[in-house]
Design a protein. Structure first.
Length: 565
């Protein structure tokens, strides 16, 4: 039975209480983070035009609630970015560095969205994403925001394990490991080899294939069940028979069209060569990272959005929930964004708006102005818990050297997978202890949403004991370092998802110039996908601003007319 150490002893104050609400976009109020603060929150960034309060507005302040004059925005910016997750933070920073008047608004009272890193009592742990693949664009952002010295990389040789019938199998890290790989049966290996060599039947049905259908057609049912199913759980907490290969793993899907055969291994070799040819000289300012290594920051991934917020200063507003977006009145370009804030309602006029809130929130914010966006409410996000437990190093039956272990659903183990956090990065646990981050729940375990924290910890503890601890440690009580319920964790790229998002974007392009839709339901779920979207969207926002008439005169007129209401 797990012993729960007092929350205040390990988790930060309020962490256990807020575990329920923290995953919800606007629901929870975790402990105050960077930039939370009264006066600073109300100060506009240099370059933002603030409409002076009218006599009526000043007279209308009652009990700390500011009553703005009807129809007058409280402030004006060129670029409004909604949501301070990886997507919104990247975009806001890239706009800010180009000198664009930018406002980054966040419903919660901390920046980072899904990225939640914590430190206490010698532990450093993640409650959302745990690592990123250190592609050059992420490293570039890290360097630009001043985090070069804080980057940490896991040893690229650390193996990833798959659990199967009582044993952990290290997945091959390269071709030389394949002969030693014992997870597949002889027939499973032959079947996979045939597919790899390009002996692949076409998709006769012509229908969009699920991940399960595509992998089974290419590499056989055994590779799917033992290697791909757990991988899909690890990335999406998804159901591979529902996720579409084109939407969820578009890069793998595209490999079948690169070679002479349909083989994805041939495609992968060709793509590797293409990438080498496309890559220019390495950027000397970026750290050199070995392929297969995973990245983070010294104090966890949360350092990135915090660093961005530090750069943006008072252009970040926390506790600001966007409730409605509408066209600016009088046929003028731009939008009026209506906010609920700790200081009462606020309206911001913005020439461009980039919305990175989750799909359901986007549906309700945009629904009035852009009816097509209501379809975003259909995007399914399953519930996932992240559970961080610690055990003494001596309790493990094997050395904990590796990235972690994934667990195929066929094994009937409830935990989806466990990251061996203390093996990845130094200083994640006190000496003599190991730190494990497990994810449990997902699209194939909907009942997980109804469990209590204690039940979830007990389930994860039992799975860790069965897979990783020695028999002598059966009574070892874990230290519960962190637990968080993500009621709506990761958007599922099921069949039709790409078309749904494209349809909304097309409708927006037609009737809402200067409105940009981002966030992981639209850009891809990986940390790197969100950074890439932010980089790209910054260029698009700047281009859109360049095409808009300068309305400074209109601002002054409106300010004057407001002041005389
Ligand atoms: C448990 C978990 C583990 C993961 N593990 C990994 C991993 O290891 N590696 C990896 O690459 N990816 C991982 N991911 C995926 C990755 O973390 C996310 O896709 C990414 O962080 C999403 O960033 P985002 O900015 O698009 O959205 P979010 O992080 O969801 O940010 C959206 C922001 O919008 C705010 N918001 C919502 N509504 C409003 C409103 N009305 N007004 C103002 N603000 C609003 C929210 O509060 C939130 O801060 C994981 C995700 C989860 C949930």
């Amino acid at each position: 039975m797990a012993a729960f150490i007092p929350v205040t002893a390990v988790a930060p104050v309020g962490a256990r209480r807020t575990a329920w609400a923290g995953g919800a976009p606007a629901g929870g109020r975790p402990s105050a983070g960077l930039c939370a603060g009264g006066a600073a929150r109300l100060m506009p960034r240099r370059g933002a035009v603030v409409v002076p309060p009218s006599p009526l507005a000043v007279a209308g302040r009652r009990g700390g609630v500011r009553m703005a004059a009807a129809g007058a925005p409280d402030e004006r910016v060129d670029a409004l970015v909604v949501g301070s997750g990886v997507s919104g933070s990247t975009l806001a920073y890239r706009l800010h560095e180009r000198g664009v008047s930018t406002l980054l608004t966040e419903a919660r009272d901390v920046v980072g969205g899904n990225v939640i890193s914590r430190m206490a009592n010698g532990y450093t742990w993640e409650e959302g994403p745990n690592t990123f693949q250190p592609a050059p664009h992420i490293l570039r952002l890290a360097v630009d925001v001043g985090l070069k010295e804080d980057l940490v990389f896991a040893d690229h040789t650390l193996p990833r394990f798959v659990y199967w019938k009582g044993n952990l199998y290290a997945l091959p890290m390269g071709p030389s490991d394949i002969p030693k790989f014992r997870l597949l049966s002889p027939w499973g290996a032959v079947r996979a080899g045939l597919g790899a060599a390009g002996f692949v039947l076409p998709n006769w049905s012509g229908k969009e294939e699920s991940v399960k259908e595509f992998i089974t057609r290419h590499l056989g049912a055994e590779v799917f069940a033992k290697m791909i199913d757990p991988f899909v759980s690890g990335v999406y907490a998804g159901d591979p028979s529902q996720l579409a290969i084109r939407g969820a793993f578009g890069k793998i899907y595209a490999l079948q069209n690169l070679g002479i055969t349909q083989g994805i291994v041939e495609g992968a070799i060709i793509r590797l060569r293409q990438r080498k040819a496309e890559a220019g000289d390495p950027d000397p300012e970026l750290p050199v990272v070995k392929g297969g290594a995973l990245g983070s920051f010294r104090e966890g991934l949360g350092m990135l959005p915090k660093a961005v917020a530090g750069k943006l200063g008072d252009a970040v507003r926390l506790g600001w929930t966007l409730t409605e977006l509408r066209h600016a009145p009088g046929g003028k370009p731009g939008y009026e964004a209506v906010y609920s804030t700790p200081d009462g309602p606020r309206t911001v006029h913005a020439k461009t708006v980039s919305l990175t809130a989750p799909a359901g929130a986007a549906a309700s914010i945009l629904g009035g102005m852009l009816p097509a966006a209501r379809a975003l409410d259909e995007v399914y996000y399953p519930c996932v818990w992240s559970v961080t437990l610690s055990y003494p190093t001596t309790a493990f039956k094997r050395s904990l050297k590796g990235f972690g272990n994934l667990i195929p659903r066929a094994m009937g183990v409830r935990t989806l997978g466990t990251i061996w956090s203390s093996s990845l990065f130094p200083g994640r646990a006190p000496p003599g202890r190991e730190l494990l981050l497990s994810y449990i729940g997902g699209a194939q375990d909907k009942g997980i949403a109804d469990l209590s924290e204690e039940e979830v910890v007990a389930a994860v503890d039992a799975d860790i004991k069965a897979l990783l601890l020695s028999a002598d440690a059966a009574d070892e009580a874990p230290v519960v370092v962190g637990i968080r319920k993500w009621a709506r964790a990761i958007p599922q790229y099921v069949r039709g998802h790409l078309e749904l998002v494209a349809g909304v974007r097309e409708a927006a392009a037609e009737s809402c110039p200067g409105l940009f839709l981002g966030g992981n339901y639209a850009s891809g779920v990986a940390f790197g996908d969100c950074v890439a979207w932010g980089d790209k969207a910054a260029t698009e926002v700047v281009a859109a601003l360049g095409n808009m008439p300068d309305d400074e005169a209109a601002v002054s007129e409106e300010a004057v007319s407001t002041a005389t209401v």
